[in-house]
Write a protein of this length. Sequence first.
Length: 221
Amino acid sequence: MQRILFYPYSEITTLRKAIIVDDHPFILASVRLLVINAGFEVVAECGNGIDAVQQCQKHQPDLMILDLAIPGLDGLDVIRRLKEKEIPTKIIVLSSQQSDQFTLRCLQAGAVGYVSKKDNLSILTDVINAAMAGYSFFPQLTPDVREHTFHTGEAQKLAALSNREMMVMKYLVNGLNNKQIAESLSLSEKTVSTYKSRILEKLNVSTVLALAEMAQRHEIE
């Protein structure tokens, strides 16, 4: 005799909720498809950090896929603010940054995974499944790398930079001028100039060239 099982309507129609935060339409479209195929409803898509925090407070999603280099608030600040508000959303960072410094900062801020945009995006599905099962995904960070990062002189100085200073540094070493950085981060040129001076002072270097050489040593792109 065939058994027919009945489930409450809510159990078979309720999808887990996700928010995607990235300011590149192609990335948004690609990630949206992967997230939907993983069994989520995409309840919001944001192109800046301020909207990301607001939408996360509004929807309380199960998952957020988050870029670091976004205007308004950068990705690291978004993670920090959400954790301060005790919002339990699992955050996976999807970024073009591959340096240990950025990966470590995401781990320390409270992200549960870190995927490089330079990898095949299909890996994101596995990372999402792992995160929802309670695991973290930071393949770049071996125990040796963590030990080295925290105990070398230059790395300690880099670790002392604020999240915003790290983002400004990234733009500086990639050749952007103050005006371009200001536009990218929605800041004034004067504020960027202040950040630049502060970064050089904290890292004990006098030129952007020396800053770029330090960034290269620590694989900050």
